[in-house]
Design a protein around this ligand. Structure first.
Ligand code: ADP
Ligand code: 5GP
Length: 187
């Protein structure tokens, strides 16, 4: 898929809804699309690679970067800092690429509101809260209390979906992905 123009493409929605599955497939199928690797203070999961999924740093290092204005946005999500570094975004846009952001709903809302860059935003919704819980449980990388926390948060996040350009339900994955691809191809 060729994306015309240079955009910040924001994929947001509750934890476990399928954002990273969607972003991986978009990146694999688009040449002029880069991924915004966020910084986080959360612990690395065994399946993750430093500098690839996230840049894993300490709270102190993160706070240093906040003071240096290194982030386009940052939020404390589920007790850890997560932030979008500004420099890689500027670099991608300079190379006439678009850049894909997988970020939480508050962070996405901040970017949508500031209008710093041309952006297109997608809110990914689960078909139901029960399905979301099943997906988080089946992914198998979180304790029950962490899953419960994320489910409570998901209910609040879904109420904010009206602020996004597109609301997409991820029930059948192929249908969800095709809809996003159709929208991005027609920009
Ligand atoms: P997020 O990045 O939003 O936290 P993930 O992409 O990790 O979510 O997806 C959570 C889990 O749900 C993963 O195990 C993934 O394979 C699965 N998943 C994603 N989309 C679907 C779908 N449409 N139907 C069933 N399972 C899905
Ligand atoms: P996880 O710990 O499951 O990888 O991510 C938790 C949440 O943090 C997800 O909703 C994810 O989209 C969000 N997130 C990841 N990176 C960023 C970021 O740079 N900024 C913000 N605001 N949220 C992020």
């Amino acid at each position: 898929m060729l994306i015309k123009g240079n955009y910040l493409i924001i994929i947001s929605g509750p934890s476990g809804v399928g954002k990273s599955t969607i972003t991986s497939k978009l990146l694999a199928s688009s040449k002029n699309l880069d991924f915004s690797v966020s910084y986080t203070t959360r612990e690395k999961r065994p399946s993750e690679l430093n500098n690839d999924h996230y840049v894993f740093i300490s709270r102190r290092e993160f706070e240093d970067l906040i003071n240096k204005n290194a982030f386009l946005e940052y939020e404390e999500v589920h007790g850890n800092y997560y932030g979008t570094p500004l420099k890689p975004i500027e670099d991608s846009l300079k190379f006439r690429h678009s850049i894909l952001l997988d970020i939480d709903v508050k962070g996405a809302y901040n970017i949508i509101n500031t209008n710093h860059f041309d952006s297109i935003s997608f809110f990914i919704r689960p078909p139901s809260i029960e399905t979301l819980k099943d997906r988080l449980t089946d992914r198998g990388d979180m304790k029950t209390d962490q899953i419960e926390k994320r489910i409570i948060e998901a209910k609040n996040e879904i109420m904010k979906s009206i602020h996004f350009d597109h609301l997409i339900v991820n029930d059948n994955f192929d249908d969800c992905y095709s809809e996003i691809e159709r929208i991005l191809s027609s920009m």
